[in-house]
Write a new protein. Structure first.
Length: 412
């Protein structure tokens, strides 16, 4: 059912992955009371220098086999007549019918998923930083590595968020002591300490990743929400101006705002201008057409950009995931596949042609009037939780095209 759409990511929580630039959905005071830790920041012991040699320190990495959540590949739904062309009824609006299993014209699950020819795929490695799965109200500033709830949520999230990158021959996603969701909702100094501590783990994992990957292999960097923020920091601290910069085929940072004026010039790569461009950056934040992002935009305007200046009212970077280029719009027919689970929530399918995408003047990505998706949709029509699964198949194809472009440029 549409209400259970992408439950892989929205399971068991209402305010999922509210990291980023503070996805403020109530008053600031109420949000801080609910999610910002009340105690002092307590620094956890540094990780051992060889900590990431342990496979248990990774949610995803080579060698995990079928237990690797990022290697999930959904089945492909059979093409059927598009119910959005029919007259909507009061009980089942056309937009919702297109994803509803109870509709006789809805897509049906194919018994086989898409099989990619390994010989046709370029070799590349992906470093994917998971989003916030530590969402405990009133907890500590950072998760612990042994937090079973945080780890289980992370694996669930990766099944929907990292799986579009599953054609990589190496796909790595580290455990790290995440900053609490509330750390992104306050200016308290403890919040930055928590974010810095989380980043220290990510940077250590990244160093091990680089040591493990063949030095000639192209690299794709990706993350969502808090994970995207850490990827952007890696770009500044570990990539820009180093030999590693030449190896980065593409960067994906949806769910985190990148200021066109105050952030992008400080990063080593430009925004992607075309679908076949390598060494560029993709970012977007999904909202319904009637969504209200006023509170979020006000918070964004007050945050400091990578150039040290307030981000102000300038636009957020929007690279349309359906076109692979900055700004612009694309109809639902351009959507090659949105990830949708079955009724048992144990597996999913890709439904084509369900969701359009349009970059607004403010840099937010608008997705029309989508079906009701349940509690995973944040107030104000905010589809943060679904930034990646809405465009799952397009992203899978996008990353292959960019790695091929990188490979072709190196061969010329």
């Amino acid at each position: 059912m549409a209400r259970k759409f992408l439950y892989f990511i929205a399971v068991c929580i209402v305010l999922v992955i509210i990291g980023g630039i503070a996805l403020t959905i109530w008053s600031r005071e109420a949000t801080e009371i609910a999610f910002v830790p009340r105690g002092d920041f307590v620094e956890q012991a540094p990780l051992d220098a060889n900590a990431y040699q342990d496979p248990e320190m990774w949610y995803s990495r080579p060698g995990l086999g079928t237990s690797d959540p990022a290697r999930y590949q959904p089945a492909v739904a059979d093409a059927q007549p598009d119910p959005t062309g029919r007259e909507p009824s009061p009980d089942a609006p056309a937009a919702e019918q297109s994803l509803d299993r109870g509709d006789p014209l809805a897509t049906t699950t194919s018994t086989t998923g898409e099989a990619a020819d390994p010989q046709a795929l370029p070799e590349f490695a992906v470093f994917f930083v998971p989003p916030t799965s530590y969402i405990q109200a009133g907890g500590d500033w950072n998760a612990t590595l042994e937090d079973a709830t945080t780890n289980n949520r992370a694996r669930v999230f990766l099944k929907g968020l990292a799986s579009p990158f599953n054609r990589a021959d190496e796909l790595w996603a580290p455990k790290y002591r995440q900053a609490a969701a509330g750390a992104f909702l306050t200016n308290r100094p403890e919040a930055q300490q928590a974010i810095d501590a989380a980043y220290a783990d990510v940077a250590q994992a990244f160093d091990y990743f680089l040591d493990s990957v063949d030095e000639d292999k192209p690299i794709v960097l990706a993350g969502h929400s808090q994970g995207a923020a850490h990827i952007l920091r890696l770009l500044q601290d570990r990539v820009a101006g180093t030999p590693l910069e030449a190896r980065i085929a593409a960067v994906y940072v949806p769910g985190w705002p990148v200021s066109v004026e105050h952030d992008l010039p400080s990063l080593p790569f430009p925004a992607c201008a075309s679908a076949d461009q390598a060494q560029c950056l993709l970012a977007w934040s999904a909202f319904s057409d009637d969504g209200d992002a006023d509170m979020i935009m006000r918070r964004y305007e007050a945050t400091v950009g990578y150039d040290g200046e307030p981000r102000g009212t300038g636009p957020i970077l929007c690279v349309n995931p359906l076109t692979g280029s900055a700004n612009g719009d694309a109809p639902a027919s351009a959507n090659l596949g949105t990830l949708v689970p079955d009724e048992t929530l144990s597996k999913g399918e890709l439904v084509a042609g369900a969701i359009p995408a349009r970059c607004g003047a403010n840099g937010l990505l608008y997705i029309g009037d989508p079906p009701e998706l349940g509690e995973g949709v944040l107030p104000g029509g905010n589809y943060h939780v679904y930034d990646i699964p809405l465009f799952w198949k397009n992203l899978q194809e996008d990353v292959i095209a960019r790695v091929k472009a990188w490979t072709a440029a190196r061969a010329s």
